[in-house]
Design a protein around this ligand. Sequence first.
Ligand SMILES: *[C@@H]1O[C@H](CO)[C@@H](O)[C@H](O)[C@H]1NC(C)=O
Ligand SMILES: *[C@@H]1O[C@H](CO)[C@@H](O)[C@H](O)[C@H]1NC(C)=O
Ligand SMILES: *[C@@H]1O[C@H](CO)[C@@H](O)[C@H](O)[C@H]1NC(C)=O
Length: 441
Amino acid sequence: MAARKLAALLTAVLHLCLCQITQEPLPEFLAPLENHTVILGRDVSFTCVVNNLHSYKVAWMKSDSRAILAIHTHLIAHNPRLSVTHNGHNTWKLHISNVQKNDSGAYMCQVNTEPMKSQNGYMEVMIPPDIIDDESSQGMVTNEGGNVKLKCVATGTPKPTVTWKREDGRNIILREDGQKQSLKSYEGEVLELNGVLRQEMGAYLCIASNNVPPTPSKRYTVNVHFSPAIKVTNQLVAAPIDSDVVLQCHVEASPQALNTWYRNTGDKLLPGDKYVMTEHALNDYSWQMNLTVNELTRPDLGEYVCSSVNALGKADGVVRLQELHLVPKTTPSILTKNDLKQRKGSNSKSRKKNNGKNGRRLYPNFEEFDSSAGEEDLGTTQILSGSTPQENSHKTDRPSHVTSSTPPWVIISAADSTKFFSLKFLIGCLGSSLILLIFIQ
Ligand SMILES: *[C@@H]1O[C@H](CO)[C@@H](O)[C@H](O)[C@H]1NC(C)=O
Ligand SMILES: *[C@@H]1O[C@H](CO)[C@@H](O)[C@H](O)[C@H]1NC(C)=O
Ligand SMILES: *[C@@H]1O[C@H](CO)[C@@H](O)[C@H](O)[C@H]1NC(C)=O
């Protein structure tokens, strides 16, 4: 009995099932919902394709908030950036314009069958990098040898990588535990510059990138302060009377120093017809100081001091200006080692006899100069080219074979001569090599 009842029930159930399948096929999705990766501010749409919808309805939901966004073609959410469309057949679309950060997440296309049918699509919103303001960008200052820490924090999706470069393209120098690394670029939010030297002064750029344009960068300035140092390349300059002559000093200082020229008498030189001073910046911390002495007279001969002062200290450099006698015809325009040697020999005798200013010695100072330095020094003798306004009016003084516009100034690079080697510069050199030694250690 029980078996017959069960069989009858099964048949009934089977009949019911078959009826439903044959009579009314259930709605089905024809394709999965897409996933989208969208850049902030762009537009995007999800497409839901449903067959056999019959009287059922398609609805859109935001999965995380469970908020119903739209049913069929009716928008439910109060969001002007959303819209829904239906192509009149089997395709429904949810459009999102000007995508915002909080639009990311799962979206559901749902059909109100019992139980309901649904499918999910995901949206990732890509956000271009943004660099968070940090006061360290306003300009970091350290004394030479000190440390500087630059911080560049960037937001964005996906998380941006932060790369550091120097604006001038030079390498970044990293020092840690006595190790030194020189890198074209450095990756990381924090750039630690330790034992910073003057060459590392300048602008550093942090660039945040996550492949979503635009790629922002931020400029950080690093200032390294140190007391002035002066280098005089040509410590001995000889020029003919009546010519204009340029004396030069090379200054390194940070912050920028106040530079002045003095006579060795202590008188500060003022710009005017006689003296023209110029300063030319070579980089962030070095300058070329020029002093032009116009229409050289005998009282102009002697020592000139270039002086540089900033908050951290002071430095001086000495240039000695001598008369250059032009001997017509026989004087070569370029003096060779032998010429100078010969003169030196003859001068040392005549000098003792003449014993003073009236002597017609060609290079009154060579004797002292030579006695303390080897012959090699003379090898550095050079002629500097330059033109002076007086040139034409003094043509008669010129050796006939000097055809160029080059006044035969003889500039002796006395870098090796201890006599003219500025003691202060020497001390400066020793000081900086000492500092250097400390760094190396
Ligand atoms: C969308 O991403 C989910 C997981 O993130 C994955 O399961 C699904 O297959 C993806 N859909 C498509 C159409 O690729
Ligand atoms: C999403 O963010 C926008 C602005 O970016 C805001 O107007 C909106 O109310 C936010 N929506 C939600 C659900 O938080
Ligand atoms: C300084 O003098 C040198 C040599 O005469 C010249 O080349 C240079 O242009 C001068 N610089 C300035 C700033 O006057």
